[in-house]
Design a protein around this ligand. Sequence first.
Ligand SMILES: NC(=O)c1ccc[n+]([C@@H]2O[C@H](COP(=O)([O-])OP(=O)(O)OC[C@H]3O[C@@H](n4cnc5c(N)ncnc54)[C@H](O)[C@@H]3O)[C@@H](O)[C@H]2O)c1
Length: 276
Amino acid sequence: MAGTISLRPSDANQSVRRTQGTHMSMQVQHVNMNLSGKTFLVTGAASGIGLATTRILLSAGANVAACDRDALDSIELGDGDGTLLRLRADISRKADIDASVEFCLQTFDKIDGLLHFAAILDTHQLDELTPEIWDTVMNVNLRGTFLLVQSVAPIMRKQLAGRIVLTASDSARMGSLVSGPAYAASKGGVIALTKTFALGLGKFNITCNAVCPGLTMTGMSSGWSSDLIQGVSNRTPLGRLAQPEEIASVAVFLASDSASFMTGEVVEVNGGIHFD
Ligand SMILES: NC(=O)c1ccc[n+]([C@@H]2O[C@H](COP(=O)([O-])OP(=O)(O)OC[C@H]3O[C@@H](n4cnc5c(N)ncnc54)[C@H](O)[C@@H]3O)[C@@H](O)[C@H]2O)c1
């Protein structure tokens, strides 16, 4: 694993400040999310939904190991009573993943939840798609998901507790002529993994769910044309695209005690553009 790791040591008055709470942690306690003092590994933390999730967790008093292939040093990741660990890792590389998970465990002695958002978009359509591009997308989006869960699962099994939150996409459920076949297939694979991991890990009190975002205003969607964005907004009952915090808050719920009896679910967060 390359890059920087920076720690913000916990404050001696942490427990006092936790009971007083910030506005966010008081809200969190009202819905019994019990995030204070918990430890979460968040991938894709440098941008978009992963960044929004990191901020929500920190503001609720959780410890966060924030992980991205991009350097996190210059990014304002948020503040709270918990400890922040910045990890630089490429999730298509097993060695990076294992080193990140190991460092997180050594630092916090536990991993209560994995919230996995890191992924790449690929818009090559069928005639343009090459085997090399296909492999690159699969290595990050699908193989990276498998490797991450394979790395954290033994820790969660020992704990007899864990929350795994993965990230699917509308394109896997509906097909898409905007994002290409490789991206859609990789996210379809994530849905299959979500259900399979839920089946296999449930007996260890480990849940595995996925958020399935509709079009969301992040770095990933920054290249979309205004025509596309307007068209999607017009077809969405809520009349707009999602903000990253609106996906992150659902992911945090899935990682919390409030979702203790949910597993194997792929939760649509798409403003109602389609639903079952
Ligand atoms: N934005 C959308 O419209 C949308 C829609 C559906 C699903 N999603 C999914 O939501 C998740 C978050 O996407 P986002 O919109 O926040 O995108 P984003 O591009 O803003 O953030 C993705 C982050 O993942 C990191 N990343 C990419 N490859 C990596 C790798 N190999 N190793 C480590 N980190 C890596 C990037 O550096 C980036 O910080 C993704 O899984 C994406 O597929 C997004």
